[in-house]
Design a protein around this ligand. Structure first.
Ligand SMILES: Cc1cc2nc3c(=O)[nH]c(=O)nc-3n(C[C@H](O)[C@H](O)[C@H](O)COP(=O)(O)OP(=O)(O)OC[C@H]3O[C@@H](n4cnc5c(N)ncnc54)[C@H](O)[C@@H]3O)c2cc1C
Length: 502
């Protein structure tokens, strides 16, 4: 179900036509009671956090302003969410698990309000039964030893005391203060006078976060982005599977187009090309392998150099050994080989009724089944129950299917034991390499501006808008949802201003 990109043709008069591939799914509310004579006709390309927030807030702001609006969302995938998506463990809809984004915090107002408005629940711990899983909640592993272990998931005086013992009083305090001040600064983006912002660069400067994006870590980060991963990330957004491309075209005129996906993934054709005042640069994405699997085994303590009677930690983050220089791209986890392993929860195998454990691994390269067997301490090669492999393109970007590895380590025919009972892999173009920059992509890509510009675009909210600038600032569900809301506000404000001026 991988798809072509959306092609947008724009006539000289500023009316927009969206031409999409056959499998683009228009997600539209045909029952909209506000449908009256001349609604603003809006196309949103991308149904991730940014696009769906744009749609939700456009509908809300237009309703509040008493204006009719038609919104059509296009996405190459047949689901809403983009990089925030779930898969079903053992194909059981009662057992969803996040394949992409999953975590948000109390300060994330839009996501928090959405959980309330849509009557959703959040999850901290949903084990199948009450028998607790032993082991520290969190640990840091450098491939040789566990440098730090936190007993519980919650911050207690004891955990704080351990942190202070290890890192001194000042460092944890500094970190805490930095976190608090950054969140406080960021929250200013939500309200007047900063919101709505027609330039992310100006807004970041206004709230005092532009220096953070400009200066820190300048040298390492810029050399990182010059590296080979750049090419991979970029090319991943163009389809490498021409046999899947079918050029069925859906044509419709739109007044306003919101581009809510990385520009490089859109493969836009603009007529005339001069309609854009700015073409966004490709975003250099980190290639991240996510491996989800279930097993009746817990992680092996001895793999982590613990004694056999000590349980392994439930979440393991990694760092490089002290004597190892940082690598880049596929070597960025160094000799340790992975970024994190998390025990998500325990559950019952729907076939056998046995208790098993659901794990998630983040790594810069594909982890083999042999590696899975080793971390579980079963000493044999893993056997997979129904393995699913997704390349970039199922949830974001297009077309890089992961090849099945044929190395010996991955040969599971030799193992009669059911070590891995379910396995799902996904290669994401996950989040950008955050390089130092003194500006972000513009929010308007055409000739418009606040109040409208009748010579170019920009009349009454019409024009071409882009949410992707937020990716290079902070790439999260909340920040992109905020950008979606911001664009929605700008469109409706311009529309209202344009009507008053007429
Ligand atoms: C493994 C992983 C873990 C993460 N963890 C977290 C986390 O815990 N918390 C958090 O806040 N963030 C997390 N993130 C980041 C977060 O997922 C993103 O910042 C956010 O979801 C981006 O939203 P978006 O709408 O801007 O982009 P996307 O979600 O990428 O949405 C873009 C949409 O556009 C569609 N699209 C692209 N090209 C086209 C085209 N040509 N035609 C039609 N449609 C197209 C895509 O299919 C997609 O649906 C994680 C990301 C990954 C990959």
């Amino acid at each position: 179900m991988r798809l072509l990109s959306a092609l947008i043709a724009i006539t000289a008069r500023g009316a927009l036509s969206a031409i999409s591939g056959e499998e683009q799914v228009p997600l539209t509310d045909t029952t909209n009671p506000d449908h009256v004579d001349t609604p603003l006709n809006v196309a949103i390309i991308g149904a991730g956090a940014a696009g769906s927030s744009s749609a939700y807030h456009l509908a809300q702001f237009a309703r509040e302003a008493g204006l009719p609006i038609n919104i059509t969302i296009f996405d190459r995938n047949p689901y809403i969410g983009g990089r925030a998506t779930t898969v079903n463990v053992h194909d059981d809809p009662a057992q969803p698990v996040e394949l992409g984004a999953s975590i948000f915090v109390q300060a994330n107002q839009i996501l928090l309000n959405a959980t309330r408005d849509f009557n959703l629940s959040t999850t901290e711990d949903d084990d199948d039964d009450d028998s607790p899983i032993p082991g520290a909640a969190l640990a840091i592993w450098d491939g040789q030893s566990l440098l730090y272990q936190q007993t519980t998931g919650k911050t207690s005086w004891w955990e704080n005391a351990k942190l202070i013992w290890k890192y001194g009083l000042l460092n944890p305090l500094r970190t805490l203060n930095l976190k608090r001040s950054t969140i406080a600064a960021f929250l200013r983006l939500y309200t007047s006078p900063v919101f709505p912002f027609d330039s992310l660069t100006d807004a970041a400067e206004q709230i005092g976060l532009l220096p953070a994006a400009t200066n820190e870590g300048k040298e390492e980060a810029s050399s990182e982005v010059d590296d080979d991963d750049d090419d991979d990330a970029e090319s991943g957004f163009t389809s490498r599977q021409p046999q899947r491309q079918r050029q069925h075209q859906h044509q419709e005129n739109f007044d306003t187009v919101i581009l809510a996906a990385p520009y490089q993934s859109l493969n836009l054709t603009l007529t005339p090309s001069s309609l854009l005042t700015h073409t966004p640069s490709p975003i250099p994405y980190v290639s991240l392998h996510v491996t989800l699997f279930t097993t009746p085994h817990l992680l092996s303590p001895t793999f982590f150099n613990l004694s056999p009677d000590q349980p392994a930690p439930k979440t393991i983050l990694t760092t490089l050994p002290a004597d190892e220089a940082p690598g880049q791209g596929s070597s960025s986890a160094g000799s340790v080989g992975f970024f994190s392993i998390s025990l998500i929860r325990s559950l019952r195998n729907p076939g056998t009724g046995e208790r098993e454990y659901l794990y998630k691994i983040f790594s810069p390269e594909r982890v083999s089944r042999g590696f899975l067997a080793r971390i579980l301490g079963v000493g044999q090669r893993g056997q997979s129950g129904g393995e699913k492999v997704e390349g970039v393109g199922e949830g974001e970007g297009a077309g890089v299917d992961i090849e099945t590895e044929n190395d010996d380590d991955d040969n599971d025919d030799m193992n009669p034991e059911q070590i891995i009972t379910w396995l799902h892999r996904k290669l994401w173009h996950s989040y950008p390499y955050e390089t130092p920059r003194d500006g972000f992509e513009p929010i308007r890509l055409d000739h418009g501006g606040r109040g409208g510009n009748k010579e170019g675009g920009g009349e009454g909210g019409r024009g071409i808008w882009y949410t992707g600038g937020m990716e290079s600032f902070i790439s999260t569900m909340e920040t992109n949802a905020l950008m979606g809301r911001n664009v929605a506000r700008l469109v409706v404000d311009e529309w209202v201003t344009g009507m008053r001026e007429r």
